[in-house]
Write a protein that binds this ligand. Structure first.
Ligand SMILES: [Fe+2]
Length: 182
């Protein structure tokens, strides 16, 4: 049941520090998905042609966290992006995702350099944590069917930075506003 998961998330975000919170949420998400406790209403299954869909599942104003569902058509992916300094736990509810992590290794006034830290093939029921300053990655649907992911954020991510490759190993940073789809 979704309400059961929300109750458990409420308890987890009160643990104090980001490491403890994200470790607990990772466990709760993995358990809930394995126990088929994440059943999403039909609208969360709908993909969008113009890019991955991003829909709000739950917002706790008192505890200051949000749960967001993303729905990925085949071939859809994010650019390299940060998480605006907000911790996050991301779990695969359906399908399979490729998650490629990056470390920021150099920052100058007009460009950035990253080191790729490897790619994780995330199957249904697996979840990963992102704790700033280690908050750079690319998410991509790994299969030729839709995939669905559930993201729990320690706040509301209304914008983040995306990094566009210049082709010579450097990236430029752009601010991207993030909204929820229908
Ligand atoms: Fe992300």
């Amino acid at each position: 049941m979704l309400s059961n998961l929300i109750t458990r998330l409420d308890a987890a975000v009160q643990l104090g520090d980001a490491a403890a919170i994200t470790a607990r949420i990772k466990r709760e998400l993995e358990n809930a998905i394995h126990a088929r406790g994440v059943t999403l209403p039909e609208r969360f299954h709908r993909t969008r042609a113009d890019g991955y869909a991003r829909r709000l599942l739950h917002r706790s104003d008192t505890l200051g966290y949000t749960a967001v569902v993303m729905t990925w058509a085949p071939g859809q992916r994010t650019p390299l992006h940060d998480h605006a300094g907000i911790w996050c736990v991301e779990g695969v509810v359906e399908g399979r995702m490729d998650v490629t992590q990056y470390d920021l290794v150099e920052e100058s006034s007009d460009s950035y350099r990253f080191e790729e830290k490897g790619c994780v093939h995330a199957a249904v029921g697996s979840a990963g944590c992102l704790i700033p300053p280690f908050e750079y990655h690319i998410l991509a649907n790994a299969i030729d069917r839709p995939s669905i992911t559930l993201h729990v954020y320690g706040g509301e991510m209304s914008s983040c930075h995306v990094f566009e490759p210049l082709g010579d190993g450097r990236y430029v940073r752009r601010e991207r506003a993030l909204a929820y789809h229908e």
